[in-house]
Design a protein around this ligand. Structure first.
Ligand code: ADP
Length: 348
């Protein structure tokens, strides 16, 4: 096979690949490989071009004994790191070694995310558990005969157990929502009824905080294709946050707007605005707000019994409905969460 044929063959491969001959030169490479290793590599000795010791050792080994090898290779194009698994194999009839670079960056990222998630969940569970264990010890020991202390501690323990319950409940919701994120919701739901029901359910919480609701709904029902239970959860989370984080004695406004053509969706859509007049959210937090366990004001969230999962659940449900979630806020100016939903859920 001549160099041109090698180049043709490598050109048809969908991943960076190159051929090294018995003279230890790079005999051919495809565009993808040159993007990773560099231009002008053909005809050059592979040791000077590949540089990373693990890969060089692997190629030398395979040239020597003909055994296939797989080694990691890290590259950086100046903007981001990419992790490859490089397969080093002989092509016996042509007496060359073929290197294929398999991009495993997304796999590594997924593994890292899972690791972080488990660490976060353990941390979140450990805090209430530690408190519970501590109080059990106190009740068995020093506070054994102290009825007043016992009542106080049992109240705190009740609170910590509820926190764990909420956390487990939110984790289960999140995993259910993730599981059917690709399934299109097909139910006909009356959005105005859902919002009215959410506000009814949350009225006691609002009363407790001295918060009043203001609604700006269009005349008549607004119907969309969606999953009623999940949409209920979206607006419960958003209105609950607006009550929790908004100003005590303030106002939570829920507005529904219908558009023939929503600019964000380029299709008929409904926008639901949930706005409060609380302290708002600093712009630095906005891009990360929907990450699991991300809290803009960690102290406040924990004091209010937040799990840090509410907005992550909202985001997944809105994604499932092929909608958008926007947050507009400035410190001191309140926060406004906008859910944009298509009237008719389009195919993925
Ligand atoms: P949490 O359980 O902590 O409330 P969420 O995922 O619902 O978790 O919200 C993430 C974070 O976003 C909260 O911890 C809070 O700091 C911030 N946040 C959410 N809604 C508001 C709001 N209306 N005003 C100010 N901050 C908010």
């Amino acid at each position: 096979m001549v160099a041109r044929e090698y180049a043709d063959l490598l050109g048809a491969l969908p991943l960076p690949a190159l051929v090294i001959d018995r003279e230890e030169r790079i005999a051919a490479s495809n565009t993808e490989a040159r993007a990773v290793i560099g231009q002008g590599i053909e005809g050059r000795n592979f040791v000077t071009m590949l540089r990373q010791p693990a890969l060089i050792d692997a190629v030398e080994g395979t040239l020597r004994d003909g055994q296939a090898r797989t080694v990691p290779y890290l590259s950086n194009d100046g903007a981001q790191d990419t992790t490859f698994q490089v397969t080093v194999r002989t092509v016996d009839s042509l007496n060359v070694v073929l290197l294929c670079f398999i991009d495993v960056t997304h796999l590594e990222r997924a593994v890292q995310m899972r690791r972080d998630f488990v660490a976060n969940v353990s941390h979140e569970l450990r805090t209430p558990l530690t408190a519970l264990t501590g109080f059990i010890e106190t009740l068995r020991g020093p506070a054994r005969e102290d009825a007043a202390a016992r009542e106080r501690f049992l109240d705190i323990m009740d609170g910590e157990a509820s926190r764990m319950n909420r956390l487990v409940g939110d984790l289960l919701s999140l995993s259910r929502v993730e599981a059917d994120e690709r399934v299109r919701p097909r139910g006909k739901v009356v959005l105005t009824d859902i919002l009215a029901s959410v506000l009814r359910t949350l009225t006691p919480l609002a009363d407790e905080a001295g918060v009043v609701f203001e609604t700006q709904f269009p005349d008549g029902p607004v119907t969309i294709l969606g999953d009623a239970d999940q949409l209920m959860q979206v607006f419960t989370n958003l209105v609950e946050n607006a009550i929790k984080y908004g100003a005590a004695g303030g106002r939570v406004t829920v507005r529904i707007e219908v558009a023939e053509r929503d600019p964000a969706l380029r299709a008929p859509g409904v926008r639901v605005y949930v706005a409060d007049d609380g302290p708002g959210i600093d712009a630095v937090h906005l891009p990360r707000l929907t990450e699991r366990f991300y809290r803009a004001d960690s102290h406040r969230s924990r004091a209010l019994g937040g799990t840090g999962l509410g907005l992550a659940i909202v985001k997944h449900i809105v994604n499932r409905h092929r909608g958008r979630l926007r947050v507009e806020s400035e410190l001191g100016q309140g926060a406004c969460f906008i859910v944009i939903l298509p009237m008719d859920v389009p195919a993925a």
